[in-house]
Design a binder for this molecule. Structure first.
Ligand code: KG4
Ligand code: ZN
Length: 343
C-alpha cells in the first residue's frame, strides 16, 4: 500500500490530502477563497496566488498531523502542475518539488483535469476503464473517452463558455454571489423551470459539442425585461443547462461503446444535473458513476488519487516538470470551429 500526499492550488481553492493506493482518504483539507474574490464577482489571479502561498504550508502540516503521519511515511508527492491560473499552479507544484527534493520521494506532476477524470475511481472501486466522462467545471466542458490512466480521447468540447462559467455569469446577472453554481441551484428550488423560454444551444446537432454563450445572453435579456421572478430565471436556466448536457452526452454515448457514464468536475455537484445524467445512463443501459459533491469541486484528494494511480504504474515525472497554464488531456484533439482559447 502506497501513501500519497496531494497538493492543489490551480484556481481559488487551496487543498492538501493524504490518500492511500487502497482508496483510504486518511486526511484532507480544502480552504476556499470565496470571500476574498466575492467583491470582484470572479477569481482575481494575484489574490488567489498570494492566498495559496499563505495557506498551503499549514494545510500540509494539518493533514499529516490529522493522519498521524510524517513526510518520511510518504511514498510519493502529487502536485497539480496545470492547467490553471499560472501563479497559483506554481504554488502547489513548487511546494511539491521542495518536499520531493527534501525527502528524496518521487514527485508526480498531476494534470488537474486528470484529477477530476479519475476522481470517481477513488470512491467507486468497481469503475473500470474505459468510460465516457462528462467533465464539467468552471473552466471546462468536455466529453472524453477515458481509456486508461493518461489515455484520453476528447469527443467534444465547448465552442465558447464552460458550463460552470455559464452558471457563474448567469448568477452574476441575477445578483447572486460567486461561485454561481451553488447559488443558482439553491434559488432554482423555489422556481418554475418552464417559466422562462430560454434557448438550448447546439441541441440536436450531430457532433456532441457544447455552447453556452447564447444561453447567458438570453438570461441577460430575461433579467433586463423585468418580467420574471429571479427564482424562475434560475430554475429555467438550470433546466436549459440540464437539457444541453443530456442531449450532448446522449450523442456521445451513441458514438462510443463504453460500459459506463461518469460525470465529474465542480458542476457535477449539481443535483439536477446528477439526476438527469443518471437517468440518461439508465436509458442507455450504461453504468453510472459520480463522486460525492465534495469530490466534484476542487480538492486535493483527487490529485493524490491521480498520483496514486500514476505511481502504481511507474508514471512518476522528474523534478523539472513545468507549471502549465494550458494542458489538454487529449493533445491530439482538433480545434473546434468557434472554440475559444480558454485553458
Ligand atoms: O471543478 P471546480 O471546483 O473548479 C474548476 O476546476 O473549475 O468547478 C468550479 C465550478 C464553478 O463554476 C461553480 O459555479 C461550479 O463549478 N459549481 C456548480 C455547483 N457547485 C460548483 N455548478 C452548478 N451547481 C453546483 N451545485
Ligand atoms: Zn477543477
Amino acid at each position: 500500500m502506497a501513501l500519497i500526499l496531494g497538493l492543489e492550488s490551480s484556481c481559488d481553492d487551496t487543498a492538501a490530502a493524504l490518500v492511500t493506493s487502497d482508496r483510504q482518504i486518511l486526511a484532507q483539507a480544502v480552504v476556499g477563497q470565496n470571500e476574498a474574490h466575492r467583491p470582484f464577482g470572479g477569481v482575481v489571479p494575484e489574490i488567489a496566488a498570494r492566498a495559496h502561498v499563505e495557506i498551503l504550508p499549514d494545510l500540509v502540516r494539518t493533514v499529516l498531523a490529522d493522519a498521524g503521519k510524517s513526510v518520511a511515511d510518504l511514498d510519493a508527492i502529487a502536485a497539480t502542475a496545470g492547467p490553471g491560473l499560472i501563479g497559483g499552479v506554481m504554488v502547489a507544484l513548487l511546494a511539491g518539488k521542495g518536499l520531493a527534493l527534501g525527502t528524496g520521494k518521487p514527485l508526480v506532476a498531476v494534470n488537474h483535469l486528470e484529477g477530476h477524470a479519475l476522481s470517481p475511481r477513488l470512491v467507486d472501486p468497481d469503475l473500470e476503464f474505459p468510460y465516457v466522462l462528462l467533465l464539467v467545471s468552471g473552466g471546462h466542458c468536455q466529453l472524453l473517452e477515458v481509456r486508461a490512466v493518461g489515455e484520453y480521447r476528447r469527443l467534444a468540447t465547448t465552442i465558447d463558455d464552460a458550463a460552470g462559467e455559464a452558471f457563474d455569469k448567469s448568477a452574476k446577472l441575477l445578483g447572486l454571489p460567486y461561485p454561481g453554481g451553488p447559488a443558482i441551484e439553491q434559488l432554482a428550488m423555489d422556481g418554475d423551470p418552464a417559466a422562462v423560454p430560454l434557448p438550448r444551444p447546439l441541441v440536436g446537432s450531430a457532433e456532441p459539442h457544447f455552447s453556452f454563450a447564447g444561453l447567458k445572453s438570453a438570461v441577460q435579456r430575461a433579467v433586463a425585461s423585468g418580467t420574471y421572478a429571479p427564482a424562475d430565471i434560475a430554475a429555467s436556466f438550470q433546466q436549459a443547462v440540464v437539457d444541453c448536457l443530456v442531449d450532448r452526452t446522449r450523442i456521445a454515448l451513441e458514438k462510443i461503446d463504453a460500459p459506463a457514464l461518469v460525470i465529474a468536475g465542480g458542476v457535477a455537484a449539481n443535483r439536477a444535473i446528477r439526476t438527469a445524467l443518471q437517468q440518461l445512463a439508465g436509458e442507455q443501459g450504461r453504468r453510472f458513476s459520480v463522486p460525492p459533491g465534495w469530490l466534484c469541486t476542487d480538492n486535493a484528494a483527487m490529485i493524490a488519487w491521480a498520483g496514486a494511480e500514476r505511481f502504481a504504474l511507474g508514471l512518476v515525472g522528474t523534478l523539472d516538470a513545468p507549471a502549465r497554464a494550458r494542458w489538454p488531456l487529449d493533445p491530439d484533439a482538433e480545434k473546434v470551429r468557434g472554440a475559444g482559447v480558454k485553458a
